[in-house]
Design a protein around this ligand. Structure first.
Ligand SMILES: [Ca+2]
Ligand SMILES: [Ca+2]
Length: 506
């Protein structure tokens, strides 16, 4: 027993001595900060040492087999967990199936090809653009058509196991036996949208752009919907997102640019052009030097190093090769230009949490601010000393626990974008310094997101540049130059379809 106590105190001592020393410095800052603010001296809450659980002295005896008595009939808890939606007891599946059968009679030999699937999707009461997954799920991909029999058999199975849109959608798109969606599961759905949506008909003549548009949309879907960062979208994540509602909107809206969530062609165009500018050798990968040129070196080299460290990417190709794919760039760009959305806050938090312990320590903040100071001094600007800046930032974030900034604190704070820019984006930091941080907080009603605003402005700029260069061309090669209806920089078209494949394998 005494041996155990010795051990316990020894570890207790080891744990706290270095922290105490470190905390002295922080406490000084924090306490001065508090004193300045309220004029009283507050002590930090006493640290409570968690008691380590004593290890059992010997392995517990094997549990005796207990025969569970059946629950008494009075405790009859009704089922309350329905991962595939709430079953509807009154639903008349026979009637629903008969309606689909009638729809098939319109087709020759009661077989539908992909072009006729829209009518079947509507007969099933589904959004139009579910047609390609419905076609593939019933085996149409292999044979080029689906017969009434195979479709009805498949649909009957679906009706008897899936009771809401999210579970039906996952049933249709997922690989057999999977109850989640991975990136490549979205390709047939999106390829069909590219092939048949009236807002994308101009892409028909530019097949090399199909895969790039599809990659972009898939990344945007995962950025917004896959809140768990697992690379697998679950039914719950789907239900919590606006994705299925947005997909259904495509049927009513012919101008795809009006659907700014996920599908806008203009948004794709902006993201792709931004990448194209950085990827000078056009191999579809950029390295830290390429990325540093984004927005005229506004991001610090320390944050760029973190972006390539694997903190925000899956797989190990990034660390190994020091390169970022187009798919990863989509995440970077949205996070860089909209630091208010929850994925972005998580993205930058992961980058700044150098030791990955789930809190931003004062040491980590100082590490990033150091480079900002050096750069300001280089520009002849006198930077705020770190202690003063720290007080400012703690006032802004108001962390729940002193001296530690958690993801929760940053998500609750409405000025997290200012916090992040202060530590790694000099241009935006200096810009925030010029403005009243509360100025844009008072707006009523739904404001477009920072991302939507950025994409709209950049699109205008890119189109203006394109028009200017076209006019220049027209002036010099009036006879042999044809203006392209599609606004895509002409050189972009030279490279290939390998984008989707290479990006999805990362
Ligand atoms: Ca490159
Ligand atoms: Ca940390």
């Amino acid at each position: 027993m005494s041996f155990f106590f010795f051990f316990f105190f020894f570890f207790f001592f080891l744990q706290f001595v270095p922290k105490m020393r470190r905390n002295n410095y922080l406490e000084q800052i924090l306490l001065t900060h508090d004193r300045e603010k309220v004029g009283t001296f507050r002590t930090p809450p006493p640290a409570i040492a968690p008691l380590p659980e004593p290890a059992p002295p010997s392995p517990p005896p094997p549990p005796a087999k207990v025969v569970e008595p059946p629950p008494p009939p009075s405790i009859n808890i009704p089922r309350f967990y329905f991962p595939r939606g709430l079953p509807n007891c009154t639903a008349n599946y026979d009637e629903a199936l008969a309606k689909i059968e009638r729809a098939f009679t319109e087709f020759e030999e009661e077989k539908a090809d992909i072009y006729e699937m829209g009518k079947i999707a509507k007969a099933c009461g589904c959004p139009l653009y579910w047609k390609a997954p419905m076609f593939n799920c019933a085996g149409g991909e292999r044979t080029g058509f689906v017969s009434v029999h195979s479709f009805i058999a498949n649909w009957r199975k679906l009706l008897h196991s899936c009771y809401d849109d999210a579970s039906k959608f996952v049933y249709l798109l997922a690989k057999p036996g999977c109850n989640y969606l991975e990136q490549e599961d979205f390709i047939p759905l999106l390829q069909d949208i590219v092939d048949t949506h009236p807002g994308l008909t101009f892409l028909k003549d530019a097949p090399e752009f199909h895969s790039r548009y599809i990659t972009t949309v898939i990344q945007r879907i995962f950025y917004t919907v896959n809140r768990s960062w697992t690379g697998r979208i679950t039914m719950t994540e789907l239900r919590r997102s606006n994705f299925l509602q947005t997909l259904a909107l495509l049927e009513e809206e012919d101008d795809i640019n009006q659907i700014t969530d996920y599908f806008s062609y203009e948004h794709f165009y902006v993201i792709y052009c931004k990448f194209w500018e950085l990827d000078t050798d056009h191999d579809l990968f950029i390295d830290p030097k390429d990325l540093a040129r984004y927005n005229d070196h506004a991001s610090s080299s320390r944050i760029i190093e973190r972006l390539f460290s694997g903190a925000v990417t899956r797989g190990n190709s990034v660390q190994r090769e020091g390169r970022m794919s187009y798919a990863e760039f989509v995440w970077f760009l949205i996070s860089e230009e909209d630091k208010k959305n929850p994925t972005s806050v998580e993205y930058w938090f992961r980058c700044m949490d150098l030791d990955g312990d789930g809190v931003l320590s004062m040491y980590e903040l100082e590490y990033f601010y150091e480079e900002q100071c050096e750069r300001m001094e280089g520009m002849g600007i006198e930077p705020l000393p770190f202690q003063d800046l720290l007080c400012q930032m703690l006032d802004l974030v108001k962390p729940e626990y002193q001296g530690k900034i958690t993801l929760r604190d940053l998500k609750r704070c409405r000025m997290t974008h200012i916090f992040f820019d202060t530590f790694f984006n000099l241009e935006k930091y200096l810009d925030h310094e010029q403005r009243d941080p509360f100025a844009d907080l008072d707006g009523d009603g739904p404001e477009p997101s920072d991302w939507d605003k950025f994409a709209a402005e950049e699109y205008e700029i890119l189109v203006a540049e394109e028009t200017a260069s076209e006019q220049l061309h027209e002036g010099s090669f009036e006879d042999d130059y044809e203006t392209d209806e599609i606004s895509v920089p002409s050189e972009i078209g030279n490279k290939m379809d390998k984008l989707v494949i290479s990006d999805l394998s990362v």
